[in-house]
Each structure stands twice: as structure tokens, then as C-alpha cells.
Design a protein around this ligand. Structure first.
Ligand code: URA
Length: 442
């Protein structure tokens, strides 16, 4: 195989064969293809796209690039969820223990930040002592004892995605439908769950900004998953503004804890209820989706998901006292308020800009080997539709005190808020459900 020619073929919009795609992925994982050639290939895919056949081949090559997780030592239906990436999206932190508290089994592999969006592993690692890198044996034992475990993508599971993901994160090659579909579904197929609920985001803070592209991505992933014998449902949801109020690792853990205590922000609670309902329903734990959603709602109110979260933290080496004492989570050096100069109503909050402001403030990586400061992030004080007076606080930066980063984040955040004299309704959160039977508007 001549890698130069494969890159050129993709650059020129031609279709690669199954053998060509497999040798590219295997060569990259094996170290014969360097990062710069893979990056050029990814950029070529970004511009030229892929056919469905190419995307399925790429997914399978990536899923087969390492071990397949055999979950047969865990009895019962294993259910997973995956978001295509959002800003302030701490849904997994809430849903994994919540669904386990309702009787579901969540043996989940989860990721780090990508582009302007956060990653569940980075969030979990803000809990002192929390170990996301477990052996397969420990992972299975934990699920068998408490019905839930969250681990990071281990070296052997879909290593092709792990390597490609790290490159995409720093080379502006994330927002490509076939690359996202192959990335997500390769991990899901290798990770061995029986059912998967996909949260496909659309809107300004999503990798697929238009509703049409989100539906296309959802259909592609549902097709790949059902073709591989899994039960797969995708929900198309809005990422026009950040989810909840907290953006940044430790801040999002805190908001997830509040939500599990029954005190979560409305949009996060609604999303958790919808996705959690589908997770319970496909697990066969409810007779209907409505019944499943009521179960999720009751479990939020009776706080049994919170107890399950404490068990999860303990089982993975973390300090469970963070649940009752937020001071045990990493604290920022300084807090800086961003105030409005206008009067009116918040008509838009550019989620992508909020995500980038948080990342550049230090909550994310600039190069693939950077360490991140878990205490850093942004707390929104206003959301779309809220009334604002002059001088009122729009958001608070949690920062390491570096002036130049604060200045840049301040400008970016001010520009992310649009204030208008006319009141605007918050954007609709849940748009549609995509299954193998088609698209159902919600
Ligand atoms: N989540 C993933 O795991 N991969 C992507 O490419 C995008 C979101």
C-alpha cells in the first residue's frame, strides 16, 4: 500500500476499497503510518466525505484494531449511552448511576474532551483518587457488584480510535459525519454492550450543527449498530446553548451531583429523563417509554441514583465524600464575574464559543499531551430567555489567575451572549428519535 496514493485518492473524492481502509487503519495502529500522514488523510475525509460502505469498513477496522470486550461474565442486558459531544454535557455522570439504581446494567467505556466539548473521563478524574483506567477484570467485577462502572478507553479497546481521536482533537478534523460515526460506533461495538442510546446533538455547540446533518449521523450510526446485532436508538437533541449552567470538569461533577440529589437544572433533568427512559425501555425494565421515564423521574427525587454514584466513586478508588462536601473537589485560584453592559433578554448563547472559552482558560488541552486543570471552567448565571439588567452577572470564570487567559475568555464570553430587547423562548431541547424503523419527531 502506498499511503501517499491513498491520501491523494481520498483528497480527490474517490472511494477507497475495504482493503485500502483496513491497511490504513492497521498501518497507523502498528506505527508504520506516522501522525502527519494520518492527519492528512483525516483532513481529506473532512473535505471529501465517505460513502456508507467506506464508513462501515472504517468502523469495523477500528473496532477490530484491538480487543473486543467480552461482557458475557455479566448477566443481563448491558446498556450504554453515548453523546456526540456537547458543552456542559454531564449527562453520563447522572445517567450511569441513575439507570443502575433503576435496575439497569451500565458497563461503559467513556472518553476525554474533543474539540470544544468536554469528556466524561476528564470530569471523573476531578474527583480525588478516581481511577478511570481499570483492568478488564476489575471493570467486570465492579459491574457485577454494583451494576455500573465507567472506564476510559483502554489501550487495547479500539486503539485506532484512541489514536485518531487524539489527533482530531488538535487538528480541526472533528466535525465530519463519517469520522464521528466511525469513532463512536467502533468503540461501542468493541465495548460489548447489548443496547446503545445515542444522544446526537444539533445546533451551534454541536459537531453536526444542522438538524439535517444530525439526522444523517444518527441514521448512519443506527444502521451500523443494528447491522452488528445491537439494539440502537438515537435521540436528536439541541446544543444551541450549553446544557445546565456549569462548563468545566469539577464544576460539571458538582452539577451532576446536584441533579442526582433532585436539584438539577431543568434542561439537564429533561434530557436525563428522555435518554434514561430509552435506556430502561430497551433494557426491558419498563413496559413503555412513558413508564420508563416516570421511573427515572422518581429515582431522581428519591436520590437512589446519588447513593449509587457514591458506590461507583468508592469502587473506583475515589473519595465519595465529594458528594456531600463540594469543597473536596478542585477549587479555582480566582473567580471573575462577567457582567452585562446591555438591558433586555438573553436571546442566544453561542455554546461553541463558551466551550472554546473554557478550554482556552485551561479546562481543556491545547496539544495532545497537555495536563488539564480540573478546577477551571465557567458557570453561566443566565440562559436563553432570562431577563438581564445593566451590570448583572452573565457568567463567572473559574480561573488559574493568568491575566491573559482571563482577558481572552472575558471577550469571548461577552461576545457569546446576545441580548435583545424582545423576549425569546429557550430552544426546543428534544427534537426526534431515530430507530431502524425511521425518524419520529418528538
Ligand atoms: N464522540 C466520539 O466518541 N467521537 C467523535 O468523533 C465525536 C464524539
Amino acid at each position: 500500500m502506498n499511503v501517499y496514493e491513498l491520501i491523494k485518492k481520498k483528497r480527490d473524492g474517490l472511494e477507497l476499497s475495504a482493503i485500502e481502509i483496513r491497511s490504513l487503519i492497521d498501518g497507523f495502529v502498528g506505527g508504520q503510518i506516522p501522525d502527519y500522514q494520518m492527519t492528512a488523510f483525516l483532513m481529506a475525509v473532512y473535505f471529501s466525505g465517505m460513502s456508507s460502505a467506506e464508513c462501515v469498513e472504517m468502523t469495523m477496522a477500528m473496532a477490530n484494531s484491538g480487543d473486543q470486550l467480552d461482557l458475557s461474565a455479566i448477566n443481563g442486558f448491558k446498556v450504554d449511552k453515548h453523546s456526540t459531544g456537547g458543552v456542559g454535557d454531564k449527562t453520563t455522570l447522572v445517567l450511569a448511576p441513575l439507570v443502575a439504581a433503576c435496575g439497569g446494567i451500565v458497563a461503559k467505556m467513556t472518553g476525554r474532551e474533543l474539540g470544544h466539548t468536554g469528556g466524561t473521563v476528564d470530569k471523573l478524574e476531578s474527583i480525588p483518587g478516581f481511577q478511570a483506567e481499570l483492568s478488564k477484570g476489575d471493570f467486570i467485577n465492579i459491574v457485577n457488584s454494583i451494576r455500573v462502572s465507567l472506564i476510559s478507553q483502554t489501550v487495547n479497546l479500539a486503539p485506532a480510535d484512541k489514536k485518531i481521536y487524539a489527533l482530531r482533537n488538535v487538528t480541526a478534523t472533528v466535525d465530519s459525519i463519517p469520522l464521528i460515526a466511525a469513532s463512536i460506533m467502533s468503540k461501542k461495538l468493541a465495548a460489548g454492550s447489548d443496547g446503545i442510546v445515542l444522544d446526537v446533538k444539533s445546533g451551534r455547540g454541536a459537531f453536526t450543527q444542522s438538524y439535517g446533518n444530525a439526522v444523517e449521523l444518527a441514521k448512519m450510526m443506527v444502521g451500523i449498530g443494528t447491522g452488528a446485532g445491537k439494539q440502537v436508538v438515537a435521540i436528536i437533541t439541541s446544543m444551541e446553548q450549553p446544557l445546565g449552567y456549569a462548563v468545566g470538569n469539577a464544576l460539571e461533577v458538582q452539577e451532576a451531583i446536584d441533579t442526582l440529589r433532585g436539584q438539577g437544572p431543568e434542561d439537564l433533568v429533561d434530557l436525563v429523563t428522555e435518554i434514561g427512559g430509552d435506556m430502561l425501555y430497551i433494557s426491558g425494565l419498563a413496559a413503555s417509554r412513558e413508564q420508563a421515564k416516570s421511573r427515572i423521574h422518581e429515582t431522581l427525587l428519591n436520590q437512589s441514583g446519588l447513593k449509587q454514584f457514591k458506590k461507583l466513586i468508592t469502587a473506583q478508588g475515589g473519595n465519595p465524600d465529594v458528594v456531600n462536601n463540594p469543597l473536596l473537589l478542585p477549587r479555582p485560584m480566582t473567580k471573575v464575574e462577567i457582567r452585562s453592559t446591555d438591558v433586555g433578554f438573553v436571546s442566544a448563547i453561542d455554546a461553541m464559543e463558551v466551550g472554546m472559552a473554557s478550554k482556552n482558560l485551561g479546562a481543556g488541552r491545547q496539544t495532545k499531551d497537555d495536563l488539564i486543570d480540573h478546577s477551571i471552567g465557567i458557570v453561566l448565571k443566565k440562559k436563553i430567555g432570562d431577563n438581564v439588567t445593566a451590570g448583572e452577572v452573565l457568567a463567572v470564570l473559574h480561573s488559574d489567575g493568568k491575566e491573559e487567559k482571563i482577558e481572552a475568555a472575558r471577550d469571548r464570553l461577552r461576545a457569546a451572549f446576545s441580548i435583545s430587547p424582545k423576549n425569546t423562548d429557550p430552544p426546543k431541547l428534544i427534537h426526534a428519535r431515530v430507530t431502524e424503523d425511521g425518524v419520529e419527531k418528538l
